[in-house]
Design a protein around this ligand. Structure first.
Ligand code: IMP
Length: 429
């Protein structure tokens, strides 16, 4: 039995899919535990590449069962379209292979419309959400007025519940945001169709996992977003509305304390974020283009879900140490080391300066990072192309030094290094 967790150690988009892909080969169950279709995981099946938003990317491995936990918020239209895409690529998708927790919450067009309206109303203070309705759906969950996936099991009452929910949201859209109302009846009708299609997939993920672990099966929990987007532990209020950190696995899948083994934090060799919010090591101009790319390559730093250019900067070891702590990470996976080739010198933020003092850790969490100035350490770069490297010993000494410096700055081993976008461009250390 193994229960391993892969989480993002930064602001999301760390390349978790690569690590999941590798570990899913040995997992019986792959599970998403938080977030919704704000996530975008790029997955390759043979010659085809998909952007999955809801289904755990580990289902590409034919022996796995994919689980969508109670901590998730699910847009049924997106889910059904993902299922169809995967089927067309030859991936078997049926109720034996994909299970959805009865307690996950449903996202509706009402949530999406509210997300958009609220962002517009925030003006300059906008969060920069993905506008997928994530915040409003979790709002309803916390307010105890949400609709859970179990409701699809009774199609008639489900349609009624959706209609009433849209009418309630229409009041907010029109009265508070001067936005057009939605057609409640037609949304209800559309959702009745989704209910029919999804009902066979809905079940008790928590019990299923308990039985699986009891019988010695292996489970891989697949994080979405990242530590610094966590509702409690992220750069609040510029966060998502769920718990992407490792403790969210327990709540979001209904698993008890003490069951988990490895907690793998995935970090890029530099820093990126989409949306608004603090970013102490952010760089601009030519340096930013160098790290981001121009958008010509699929691995350039442009959002998978929204296409927005990502903000980029130097690796921040202060924030990484924080991620180690709040997740209880046991190891790191370092992605995109290849992007640093031909950059000299390289910089890592090892501390923050405030009031003439250098701090190695955050005094009050990461919400307000404005008083801090990053303190950089410079390391030599390398020129050798690392795309073909598969063994640690073949990495240029400067690249080894860079990885080892990260290990010593955060006190954890780096067990995986990726040197390119392809499945095999990975070095196991
Ligand atoms: P929301 O999750 O759509 O409410 O967006 C809240 C914040 O989280 C915004 O800054 C988004 O850009 C960011 N965000 C949400 N999902 C992801 C993700 O999968 N990768 C990176 N950023 C994300």
């Amino acid at each position: 039995m193994a229960f391993n967790i892969v989480v993002g150690a930064q602001w999301g988009d760390e390349g978790k899919g690569r690590v999941v892909d590798l570990l899913a080969a040995e997992a019986d169950y792959v599970a998403r535990y938080s977030g919704g279709d704000n996530a975008g995981h790029t997955v390759t099946v043979g010659e085809q590449t998909f952007k999955l938003h809801l289904i755990p990317s580990g289902v590409i491995q034919p022996h796995t069962v994919g689980l969508l936990g109670n901590g998730m918020v699910i847009n049924p239209a997106v889910l059904l379209s993902e299922m169809e895409q995967l089927r067309q690529a030859g991936v078997v998708i049926n109720p034996e292979r994909v299970r959805i927790s009865y307690a996950a919450h449903v996202i509706t067009p009402g949530h999406r419309a509210l997300d958009k309206a609220r962002e517009m109303a925030r003006g300059e203070d906008k969060i920069g959400t993905t506008q997928r309705g994530i915040g409003p759906a979790y709002n309803d969950k916390a307010a105890r007025s949400g609709i859970r996936m179990e409701a699809v099991l009774s199609q008639e009452t489900f349609a009624d519940a959706i209609e009433a929910h849209i009418e309630k949201i229409n009041q907010q859209l029109t009265a508070l945001y001067n936005a057009p109302p939605l057609d409640a009846k037609s949304v209800a009708q559309e959702y009745a169709g989704y209910a029919r299609a999804l009902a066979p997939y809905v079940g008790d993920v928590s019990t299923l996992l308990a039985e699986a672990l009891e019988s010695g099966k292996s489970v891989l929990a697949e994080g979405a977003q990242g530590t610094l987007l966590d509702l409690d532990h992220g750069t609040y209020p510029f966060v998502t509305s769920s718990t992407p950190t490792a403790p969210g696995v327990l709540v979001g899948l209904g698993v008890g304390v003490g069951k988990t083994n490895r907690v793998i934090g995935v970090t890029k060799a530099f820093q990126t974020r989409v949306g608004e919010g603090p970013f102490p090591t952010e760089v601009f101009g030519d340096a930013a283009i160098r790290l981001r790319g121009t958008g010509d390559n699929p691995w350039d730093e442009f959002g998978t879900t929204t296409g927005r250019p990502r903000r980029v900067g130097w690796l921040d070891a202060v924030l990484l140490r924080y991620a180690v702590r709040v997740n209880g990470l046991t190891e790191l996976a370092l992605t995109k080391l290849d992007i640093l080739t031909n950059l000299d010198p390289l910089r890592i933020c090892m501390g923050y300066k405030a009031n003439g003092e250098t701090l190695e850790n955050l005094p009050l969490g990461p919400s307000d990072l404005s008083p801090f100035e990053p303190v950089y350490e410079e390391l030599p770069g390398w020129e050798k192309d690392v795309w073909e490297v598969r063994e640690w010993d073949d990495l240029p000494p400067q690249a080894q030094e860079y990885v080892q410096r990260i290990e010593s700055l955060v006190g954890l081993p780096v067990k995986l290094v990726s040197v390119g976008p392809e499945r095999d461009q990975i070095i196991q250390c």
